[in-house]
Design a protein around this ligand. Structure first.
Ligand code: PLP
Length: 373
């Protein structure tokens, strides 16, 4: 058997009649740039995420750089984030000219509010380092971080809280949607995400109307009106076609998330108690959407080769920690972050995508069990 990590063709085949209708509508009735589908999807997605505004942009990375720019965060500022993260999170900070400040994760992978508190106090008291202007809280793998507690720490220190829900569309912390705790939130619609386009796409979420308006101007070359370039801005808009596809997929997202939760539950049951395998244990207050099912394993590379030989596409998220990435090193400096380093060395991702069959998941479980026992 071959088990892919995900199968875009299967996903799209299931929606093909709806996709064809949307394509026909876009090509024959809508404008290719900022067509009606864009505004409609933005409104639907904002409502789904329980915020006031969504601004569609070209990618998750563009969403982050635009958000920093719109908030005046750049050269001379610092942005604090967890060291266990998708390295692109750090790239976006550095691209704006701000300095990334990395805080190590806890042994369970989470970012602790106390660690944020300590790091903010240290940089606030320092006269030599750039002041932290924002905390970027990333809800990695589809699990919610303690956004309310970290928001309280930010408030005490006069620092802006921002969130990244590129892997956590629809997740909740203590019943509240992640992405609604901070001033603004970064969303990616990369095809691999829980809500994915056919190509790149992204959005910024906010309930601040003036911030949303600045972002709408910024994403469109800084143009406030047809001929007037009010501010300096890149060109990074969500395409009409992508918005139309995302609108369809959003209407199926809850069902697909339920399927992810069922598959995760099956993994947790089928792999329970295996020697050498550490299963993911989301916080009790996290209503996770299981973007990735990651396990911890000291012999990660051995288990990965066994799976690959058996035809199972087990991936790595992410094998090189951000502070060890050659392209990011100049921006973060040489850091000792033992937990993030350990995560990078021991984390393996098992296939978990809603379109995978029960048989495929059982086959993965059987293969891991054979390796462990
Ligand atoms: C994918 C991802 C991004 C970047 O999104 P792109 O659309 O690929 O630019 C940012 N943050 C996290 C946590 C991601 O997983």
């Amino acid at each position: 058997m071959r088990v892919p990590s995900k199968d875009y063709a299967r996903q799209n085949a299931a929606l093909w009649p709806q996709i064809q209708d949307a394509l026909r509508r876009c090509f024959l009735e809508e404008s290719p740039v900022l067509g009606a589908s864009v505004g409609r999807f933005e409104a639907a997605f904002a409502a789904y995420q329980e915020v006031q505004h969504a601004v569609g942009v070209g990618s998750g990375t563009a969403a982050a750089t635009l958000l920093y720019t719109a908030l005046g965060i750049g050269a001379g500022d610092a942005v604090l984030t967890c060291a266990r993260t998708f390295p692109g999170v750090i790239s976006a900070i550095a691209l704006t000219g701000a300095r990334p400040v990395l805080v190590d994760c806890e042994p369970d992978g989470s970012l602790s509010p106390q660690a944020v508190e300590a790091a903010l106090s240290a940089t606030m008291n320092s006269t030599t380092t750039a002041k932290v202007k924002a905390v970027m809280l990333v809800h990695l793998y589809g699990h919610a971080e303690a956004a309310d507690e970290i928001a309280a720490v930010c408030l005490r220190h006069g620092v802006i809280l921002l969130e990244d829900i590129a892997q956590a569309h629809g997740a909740r912390w203590r019943g509240q949607r992640v992405g609604s705790f901070g001033r603004g939130s970064v969303v990616s619609f990369h095809p691999s995400k829980n809500l994915g386009a056919f190509g790149d796409g992204g959005a910024i979420l906010t309930s601040d109307a003036s911030l949303a308006e600045r972002l709408r101007v910024l994403r469109n070359l800084g143009k406030g009106s047809k001929y007037v370039f009010d501010v300096l801005g890149p060109n990074s808009k969500l395409d009409t076609l992508q918005a139309a596809l995302l609108e369809i997929k959003l209407s199926h997202l809850d069902g697909l998330t339920d399927r992810r939760r069922r598959l995760a539950a099956r993994y947790l049951e089928g792999l329970h108690g295996l020697p050498g395998i550490k299963l993911p244990r989301p916080h009790a207050e996290s209503d996770s959407v299981w973007h990735l099912f990651t396990i911890g394993c000291e012999d990660r590379d051995g288990l990965q080769s066994t799976l690959v030989e058996a035809g199972v596409r087990a991936g790595l998220h992410y094998p090189i920690a951000p502070h060890q990435q050659p392209g990011l090193l100049p921006f973060v400096g040489s850091l000792h972050l033992p937990e993030a380093t350990r995560w990078a060395a021991t984390t393996l991702t098992l296939p978990l995508s809603p379109e995978l069959t029960d048989e495929e998941i059982e086959y993965v479980i059987a293969t891991v069990r054979r390796w462990a026992c």
